[in-house]
Design a protein around this ligand. Structure first.
Ligand code: 13P
Ligand code: SF4
Length: 362
């Protein structure tokens, strides 16, 4: 993975939004089909307005795998751009407006720790264990899954990924997001006492015997943004309006997911509200930019965020209009900054794990 953090020069940080919009539009028109701008649903309105395609992690990975564009500019966080690089061809290049835009959740699992846990799991059980990584993870973890008979999943195909894994093994080792793993496995009928939250300390609650009995071993990662939602708030809303529909992202914790009416990826949430009746009331547990855009797009439904404040993803917010304009201005000059190029040591095996996901019938 090559990171080339380039400082935003004052000549760009001082430009007005309309000047930045003008630069972006001009370069997009000039580069035409050579350039594809992808935008995750958590981008600000200012940035997403320039995206050729919008989507959730899965949708954007699929678009990246199919595009012919020479330059793919990924308006999202780093692991998403890495995924795009892995699934595109060698002659295509992926860029990100700010290469330091990481993901708290992806950083919860490091390859050395995961490998150490894998050794312990393999040594205490002769059952077949299939590793599954959430796409919010480094390319090295995706490669680990590719090498060990596992796959990648996103929030939109985690159930299908678990089915795939249980078709090939007796246990699933799921990382880094414990909540997506737990919420998805529980919906599949796996009881909470058949799931184990991994800890390297083999104490009584996590003994070799407990490991042997567990069907799903969960890493202890989480998303700080989605931990801001709580089930007490859901009870309060339901008291105020029994008709309210609660829809949450599966990165929310178990209580929130259990108290909700529906759960799904960012694209699923948008689709559900788009197709909801006029006048319906929705409380949504996910990042504020998505929820605020839903409010603007569907003023004839009552839409609110499932909290008294607006949880925001600071990493996504790093992708600003000024950074997008600056990156495009560099690409126009042939100055290929902020390229996301996954190390060949990981790309091959990570591609196998991603290909397994892209072939799932989710
Ligand atoms: P989606 O795949 O649902 O877009 O989620 C990505 C993410 O990072 C949510 O926090
Ligand atoms: Fe990562 Fe959470 Fe931000 Fe999604 S919302 S990109 S999981 S930190």
């Amino acid at each position: 993975m090559t990171i080339n953090p380039t400082k935003l020069p004052e000549s760009f940080s001082k430009l007005s939004a309309s000047e930045l919009n003008g630069i972006i539009k001009r370069i997009k028109a000039k580069l035409g089909n050579r350039l594809l701008i992808l935008g995750h649903h958590y981008m600000s309105d200012a940035v997403i307005a320039h995206a050729d395609r919008r989507g959730d992690s899965f949708g954007l990975a699929k678009i990246a795998a199919e595009t012919q564009a020479e330059y793919i500019v990924f308006c999202g966080v780093h692991f998403m751009a890495e995924t795009a690089d892995i699934v595109t061809r060698a002659e295509q290049q992926v860029f990100i407006p700010d290469p330091t835009a990481g993901c708290f959740l992806a950083d919860c699992a490091r390859i050395e720790e995961v490998k150490a846990a894998w050794q312990v799991l393999r040594s205490v059980s002769d059952m077949r264990i299939v590793p599954v990584t959430y796409v919010n993870s480094g390319a090295d973890l995706k490669a680990f899954c590719g090498e060990n008979g596992g796959l990648v999943c996103t929030s939109s195909n985690a159930a299908a990924a678990l089915n795939w894994a249980f078709g090939r093994g007796d246990k699933v080792f799921f990382f880094p997001d414990q909540h997506l793993g737990r919420n998805t496995a529980y919906r599949k009928g796996i009881a909470l006492d058949e799931m184990l939250l991994w800890s390297s300390d083999l104490s009584a609650s996590n003994s070799e015997d407990v490991i042997r009995r567990a069907k799903v071993i969960l890493w202890d990662g989480f998303c700080i943004v989605h931990q801001e939602f709580d089930s007490d708030y859901i009870s309060r809303l339901r008291r105020e309006d029994p008709q309210v529909r609660i829809i949450v992202h599966p990165e929310c914790d178990f209580d929130v997911a259990q108290s909700a009416d529906d759960m799904g990826s960012t694209a699923y949430i948008i689709d559900k509200i788009k197709n909801a009746p006029v006048g319906s009331h929705w409380a949504v547990a996910t990042e504020k930019n998505l929820v605020n855009r839903l409010k603007e797009d569907y003023p004839d439904r009552r839409i609110e965020i499932l909290q008294t404040f607006e949880p925001a993803c600071q990493s996504m917010a790093q992708i600003s209009l000024a950074r997008l304009a600056f990156l495009l201005a560099q690409l126009e000059r042939g100055n290929l900054i902020n390229r996301v190029a996954v190390d060949e040591r990981y790309a091959g095996a990570a591609r196998i794990a991603l290909k397994r996901m892209l072939e799932l019938n989710a």
